[in-house]
Design a protein around this ligand. Structure first.
Ligand code: THU
Length: 130
């Protein structure tokens, strides 16, 4: 595994350990790396009002945005069985990151590489708001 992806995958796995997922019991961690090489982590945070739950990917991106990061190189998602991003996250990944590789890792270190364009065909985007 590429050294950067390994680091991201360790970060995503450690984030998943902090997951607040008492309703689904499905911990997820995510890590995104900025162009400067800084890594930001997120985990899923669930609410008793289920729809208010926020996925690991969006929390990682929010952490990066709060820190002032704007350009991103790659995103890694960790879950026990290799989750792919939900529809809402696909939109937000596209909006914030544009075309980037998205890796999914499972508990046995199996890595599947996707990319944000293919995950969201014919996207709505900022260009439509110009
Ligand atoms: N979840 C994520 O955090 N990321 C994904 O890629 C898939 C789903 C979360 C949402 C919810 O807290 C739990 O996993 C089950 O859907």
């Amino acid at each position: 595994m590429d050294e950067l992806i390994k680091k991201l995958s360790e970060a995503a796995q450690s984030a998943a350990k902090n997951s607040h997922s008492p309703f689904s019991n499905y911990p997820v961690g995510a890590a995104v790396v900025s162009e400067s090489g800084k890594i930001y982590k997120g985990c899923n945070v669930e609410s008793s009002s289920y729809g208010l739950s926020v996925c690991a990917e969006r929390n990682a991106l929010a952490a990066a945005i709060v820190d002032g990061a704007r350009d991103f190189k790659a995103l890694v998602i960790y879950s026990k069985n290799g989750a792919t991003p939900c529809g809402a996250c696909r939109q937000v990944i596209w909006d914030i990151c544009g075309p980037i590789p998205v890796y999914s890792i499972d508990k046995n270190d199996n890595v599947t590489k996707y990319n944000s364009q293919k995950l969201l065909p014919e996207p709505f985007g900022a260009n439509k708001l110009e």
